[in-house]
Design a protein around this ligand. Structure first.
Ligand code: ZN
Length: 182
């Protein structure tokens, strides 16, 4: 699980530790602004580092392997996180301590995963201007309100809202059978 560096000769980066630093400890994940940044630690200290900061919390085995890769394709993992519904990565300057940024990021991913709605259903809710706390009743009511607003028959034949009307209809189709309302 830990990225062991073959032929490492340097000492563990923990001050005072005399053991060989042969395990990569991520101090910045690979999916922020560039390739990951690592420090080299001994086995004991890399274990302590990982458990202390829960760096791998919420990550799949594949994502962990990718984060540990020396040529981590940060572009690829950024897309993986984006499709998992995470917000764009917070920038490092938003946090006084980079490790706060790591935990903020993964706290968010965990919250997304626990949503009662799929990513497509969450997009549909936002098309209707609703949040994840919406009830099916609110969805129906907002749907009929927006259809009235955008329908050409209600706008003196004005077809300029057809695209929005189509999006509203698609959103309702996606939501009316959403398991999250069951
Ligand atoms: Zn050490």
């Amino acid at each position: 699980m830990h990225g062991r560096v073959e032929g490492a000769t340097g000492r563990c980066a923990v001050p005072g530790c005399r053991a060989l630093g042969e395990y990569k400890a991520p101090v910045q994940p690979a999916n922020f602004d560039g390739p990951g940044v690592y420090t080299l630690l001994c086995l004991d200290h890399v274990r302590e580092h990982n458990s202390k900061y829960n760096f791998f919390d919420g990550m799949s085995a594949e994502q962990i392997a990718e984060a540990q890769s020396p040529i981590a394709g940060w572009d690829r993992s950024t897309r993986a996180f984006a499709s998992a519904g995470a917000d764009p990565a917070p920038s490092w300057s938003d946090f006084s301590d980079p490790l706060d940024a790591i935990s903020a990021r993964f706290r968010h991913v965990r919250r997304e995963q626990s949503s009662r709605f799929t990513a497509a259903e969450r997009r549909a809710l936002s098309v209707l201007g609703l949040g994840e706390d919406a009830t099916l009743k609110a969805v129906r009511s907002q749907y009929s309100k927006l259809v009235r607003r955008f329908h050409p028959d209600r706008n003196g034949g004005d077809r300029s809202h057809e695209k929005q009307l189509g999006e509203v209809i698609d959103a309702y189709q996606a939501l009316k059978k959403a398991a999250g309302f069951a």
